[in-house]
Design a protein. Structure first.
Length: 130
């Protein structure tokens, strides 16, 4: 599997299929997430994905752009979901929201070892309150 294919599968398996086994196997044990979520292991990443699945149901993703070079993969991802659990202190609204995020990954020896990415928190908050 190419680095690009691995990152695409990360989104599909993690956010859509909730395949925590795939995430655990394809992120290094000492995976580091440089985003505010701050995972410091593959298990931390699974815990974050689990929390997201409790906030947002019927999650669908669309890979808008994916670029890969020398072990680095950049992606622009469109998330589409229903707000089913507390997020940013906002109780479940049942609202359908769509937003985009930019994510970057470092891949070594077939595993994701680091990532950088930020969800547009202010936009998500606005969508949940509107």
């Amino acid at each position: 599997m190419s680095d690009k294919e691995l990152v695409i599968r990360f989104f599909t398996e993690g956010y859509v299929n909730k395949n925590w086994k795939f995430i655990t196997e394809r992120l290094s044990e000492n995976y580091v997430d440089h985003s505010p979520a701050g995972a410091r292991s593959n298990q931390d990443a699974v815990n974050i994905l689990t929390a997201v699945s409790e906030m947002f149901g019927d999650m669908r993703i669309r890979m808008e752009d994916v670029f890969s070079e020398s072990g680095m993969v950049a992606a622009r991802v469109r998330y589409d979901a229903v707000h089913i659990g507390e997020c940013m202190g906002i109780a479940a609204t049942g609202r359908h929201i769509t937003f985009e995020a930019l994510e970057h990954f470092k891949v070594m020896n077939g595993k994701i070892v680091e990532s950088w990415g930020y969800w547009p928190d202010k936009e998500i908050e606005r969508l949940l309150k509107s």
